[in-house]
Design a protein around this ligand. Sequence first.
Ligand code: ARG
Length: 589
Amino acid sequence: MKETLEQLKPRFEQALAAALGAEYAGVDPILVTASNPKFGDYQANVALPLAKQVGKPPRAIAEQIVLKLDVNDFCENPTVAGPGFINLTLKPAYLEAQLQKINPDPRLGIASVKHPKKVIVDYPSPNIAKEMHVGHLRPAVIGDCLSRILEFIGHDVVRLSHVGDWGTPFGMLIAYLQKAYPEALTTDENLNLGDLSSFYRQAKKQFDTDEGFKEAARQAVVQLQAGEEKTILAWKIVCQLSSRAYRVIYDLMGIAPFIERGESFYNALLAETIEELEAKGLVEIDAGAKCIFLEGFTNKEGKPLPLIVQKSDGGYNYATTDLAAIRYRVNVDKAQRVIYPVGAEQTNHFAQIFQVGKRAGWITDEVEFFHAPFGLVLGEDGSKLKTRSGEAVRLKDLLDEAIAHARKDLESRLKEEGREETEEFINHVAQVIGISAVKYADLSQNRNSNYIFSYDKMLALQGNTAPYMLYAYARIQGISRKGGIDFEQLGDNVKVVLQHETELVLAKHLLQLDEVISTIEEDLLPNRLCEYLFQLSQKFNQFYDRDRGVPVLNAEEPQRTSRLVLCNLTARTLKLGLSLLGIPVLERM
Ligand code: ARG
C-alpha cells in the first residue's frame, strides 16, 4: 500500500501547518506500519521529536495534529496512544476499493519504478574448472531471485556470470584434453567427451599420479597465458564442456539464463587498467609487485595493507580482473547499480576493490556497487556441509536427494489419502517440491547468516517451507475445483465486501506486497518475501478455517463471490511471489 502512504503524507503536511504553523508543514510525519494490529494499520510518530521545538508534551501535540488531520475518506477517526503516537486504521470501504482495483491487474497493483536503472547482477560466477558442488547453490539461487525481483519492477537487469575461466586450474584440464582426446582439437564437430565429472576425475587422477603429466599441465598454463593457438582452442573446448554441464544443473534448478562474461573476457583490458591506476598515482612498487595501499586495512604491524594488482613476475590476479570489470561496467556497460551476490568470505575483497574503484574515479555517486554477502550452508552437525568421506557435496547429488525425499513423502501421502496418481504426475510433483524446497530453504533465511541444511525441515508440510506454500496454493485451486468455479470467470468488476475480522486481516496483507518488494529493492533481502508469503498463507488459512474463519462456497451472495475473489487474489499473490523466488506452483500436489 505504497499509494496509501503517499496519500497520507500531504494530509499530514496540511495538518501540521494548521495545528502548529506553516513552518511545520515539511516535517516528516514518520509513518510506519503499526507494530500491533490492535492499534490500527499505520502509526505516525511525528509528535515525539517535536516536543522540544514546540514546547509542549508530545501527547498534546499529537492531539492538536489529530484535530486538524483530514483522512476521513480512507481512515477511521485517528486516535492518540501512549506518549503521543497517532494511530490510523484503514476503512473497510477503502480496502474493498483497493482490492477491486488490483484484481483485474496481472501485476496485482505492483507498479514499475519511475526511474528504471541499468542494473548488473554478477552471479552465479562459479569457477568452472571444477565440478559443481554445494558452494554453487547460494550464488545461483540468490542471484536469480534478486534479478527476477529487480526486473519485475522494471529495472534493466543484466545477469553477468563472472565465471572463473582462466588460470592455473585449467592447465590440468587442457593437458588432459590434449592427451586423452587429441582428435577434439582437429575437428569442428562436438565430440562427446563423456560426462564432465568423469573428465574432471580422470584429469585429477593423472595429475596426482603422473609427474610427466603434471609438467604438461604447467606448460599448458604458460602456453595459455602466451595465447598459443592450439592451447587456446583446447581451453575453449574445456570451457564449453563445463558451461554446458553447468547449464544442465541450472536448468534443473530453474535458474534463468544469464550471460557468461568470465574472467578471460577482461584479459585484454588488464594492462590498460593498471596503466590508468598508475597514471592516477595510486600504484606503488612493493617487493617488486605493483600494489595499491589501502585505506582502513592494516596488517599485523598496523601498516597499510597493499592490494597487489600485478605480481613481480608480471602476472595478474583476481583483484586485477575485478578492477577491470568495475571499470568496464561503468564506462562501457553504463551500469547504475552493480550487485555482487557472493559469499561473505569475500567481504574484504569487495571492500578493497570498491575502495580502489572509488579512488580511481570509476565508482562515483552516480553508480552504486554493492556486495550482497551470504553465509555458508552447514551440515546438521553445524560445520560446512560435506559428504561422509569429507568432500564437498556435489550439487547434483544434493538436488537428486531432495527430489528423492520429496518423492518418498509424496508416495506415503498418496497412500494415506488412498489416491492413485500417474507416474508422470509423481515425477513432476516430486521434482518441483524437491527443488523448490532447497531454494526456499535458502532464500527464507536472512542471507547474511549461515544455515543448516536439513531435508526434513525444508520438506516439512508445516512451517515456513516451500511445501507449505505450494500446498496453500494447491488448496485454493482445490476450492475452485470443488465449487466448479473458474476463478478467471469471476470477472473484473466484482464487488468485494469485507466484514469478518479474518477477511480484513487477509485483505490488508494482500495489499502489502508492493511495500515488501520496495524494501527488497533497497536491502536485497529475499527472506522478506518468504516471510510475507508465509504470513499470507497463514492468514488465508485463518480466513478459510472452519471455526475461526468464514464459509466460502456455502456463503450467501454477495459474500460468496467476494470471498472467492479473496481466494483467487491470495492464490495469484502466492504464484507471483513464488515466481519472484524462482519457484513454480502446482495446481495439485
Ligand atoms: N569465481 C568466484 C568464486 O567462485 C566468484 C566471483 C564473484 N564475482 C566477482 N566479480 N568477483 O569464488
